[in-house]
Design a protein around this ligand. Structure first.
Ligand code: HEM
Length: 383
């Protein structure tokens, strides 16, 4: 029996979660139209993520710090960068994020449709990330436009458009770095961006290209992720009133974090990451040649019946150990604490300032289509 799908099957234009739910029972490994080998089952995704010697992250000819690095080089950059994302480093931002969330929620209209993705998720993600990095508030609209264009370019599959969008983001980042050059040298401005500009790896300061790449990975990809996650979370609460009530009843931070992680496991909008094989590999009964492109499909792995039973059953305690929303292994998400803190605060403020969140019945929620996950639009009414 062949264990991979025919090459002409494509996820384009489809809801990736629904599509991989169909494929996963029959195929542990699938082959997409781009010739990539897609790992769909939990066990296989974990295996590949942990075998980083055979599944390299050096998938791109462009610089990606630290995402596109392997081995000792990757470890050195992670050590230098992870210190920005520890509980101690993030604690001072808690109140800033709370203010951002409270102001945003206060500005949302009551009794009419509000889109949880564009009006809540994207705005909150951009404002919270800017507060963290020390970026000026007047960049907000440019960043919001960038998130939308990045999604559109990714969806189109047009590589030259994706490239132009990436370059426009780099220009935006450079405009943030420029005024900090003097200040960064003088130690006057001590925001996260200025600290990053002073960071050393292997005894030498980061180059300009490296700083831009780090900021691109900290913001470019993750503004979109946090925005999509907020859309998933609000949709879940609007459609699961018992869970909404439970969160309204004043649960601890740890409990709300566990519920957030579990909702995101059920509907993980961060779809996949790439690898390239460094040698011929046999995985899931399939022979993959050296130099082949492989995708770790987190969304599918997080719903694998073999690991979780009913993928839609909310069971934070039982499923926490197997949850792959933030990946696993050396490349596991360094931004997990920041992302969790931001989403927890966004939900707490949204719940504190409302007595109910329901779907707007006239405007059905729309799923996002591959290669974007989660929801494209979630119209809710706040009361
Ligand atoms: C809810 C939001 C987020 C989700 C679901 C998420 C998910 C992930 C996942 C699954 C990986 C593993 C990638 C791999 O194995 O190739 C990852 C890596 C990464 N994430 Fe996140 N992330 C989120 C937010 C953030 C934030 C806020 C930051 C930074 C401020 C961040 C920075 C990174 C970086 C730099 C990597 C690459 C790490 C490496 O290659 O060593 N992420 N993320």
């Amino acid at each position: 029996m062949t264990d991979h799908m025919p090459d002409d099957l494509s996820a384009a234009g489809r809801d990736m979660r629904a599509y991989t739910d169909e494929l996963r029972p029959r195929h542990g490994v699938a082959r997409n139209v781009d010739g990539e080998w897609v790992l769909l089952r939990h066990e296989l995704v974990v295996q590949a993520a942990l075998s980083d010697d055979r599944f390299s992250s050096a998938v791109s000819s462009h610089l990606h710090v630290p995402n596109g690095m392997d081995s000792a080089e990757h470890t050195a950059y992670r050590e230098a960068l992870d210190r920005f994302l520890t509980p101690e480093a993030l604690a001072p931002f808690r109140e800033k994020f709370r203010r951002v969330a409270a102001d945003l929620v206060a500005s949302l209209p009551r009794g009419v449709a509000v889109d949880a993705v564009s009006q809540v998720g994207v705005r909150f993600a951009v404002r919270a990330q800017s507060a963290w990095l020390g970026w000026p508030a007047d960049l907000e609209d440019r960043l919001v436009d960038w998130v939308a264009e990045n999604h559109a370019a990714t969806r189109s599959g047009d590589r030259s458009w994706t490239q132009r969008v990436a370059e426009s983001f780099d220009d935006l980042i450079r405009s943030v770095l420029e005024p900090r050059r003097g200040a960064a040298r003088d130690d006057d401005t001590d925001d996260v961006t200025a600290q990053l500009m002073r960071t050393e790896v292997n005894g030498r300061p980061l180059t300009d290209a490296e700083i831009v790449s780090v900021l691109r990975n900290w913001t470019g990809g993750d503004l979109g992720s946090i925005a999509q996650c907020v859309g998933v979370l609000v949709h879940y609460l609007a459609t699961h009133p018992a869970v909404q009530d439970r969160l309204r009843s004043g649960v601890s931070d740890a409990e709300i974090d566990a519920i957030i992680n579990e909702i995101l496991r059920i509907d993980d909008p961060f779809l996949s990451n790439r690898r390239v094989t460094t040698c011929p590999v046999r995985i899931g009964g399939v022979e993959i040649p050296q130099g082949a492109r492989v995708k770790l499909n987190w969304t599918s792995a997080n719903r694998d019946e073999a690991a979780f039973g009913d993928p839609d059953a909310l069971d934070p305690e039982r499923n926490a150990d197997r949850n792959l929303v933030y990946g696993i292994g050396k490349h596991a998400c360094p931004g997990r604490l920041l992302a969790t803190m931001e989403m927890r605060i966004a939900l707490q403020e949204l719940l504190a300032a409302t007595s109910s969140i329901v779907l707007e019945p006239q405007q059905p929620a729309e799923r996002a289509v591959s290669p974007v996950g989660g929801w494209a639009k979630v119209a809710v009414v706040l009361a």
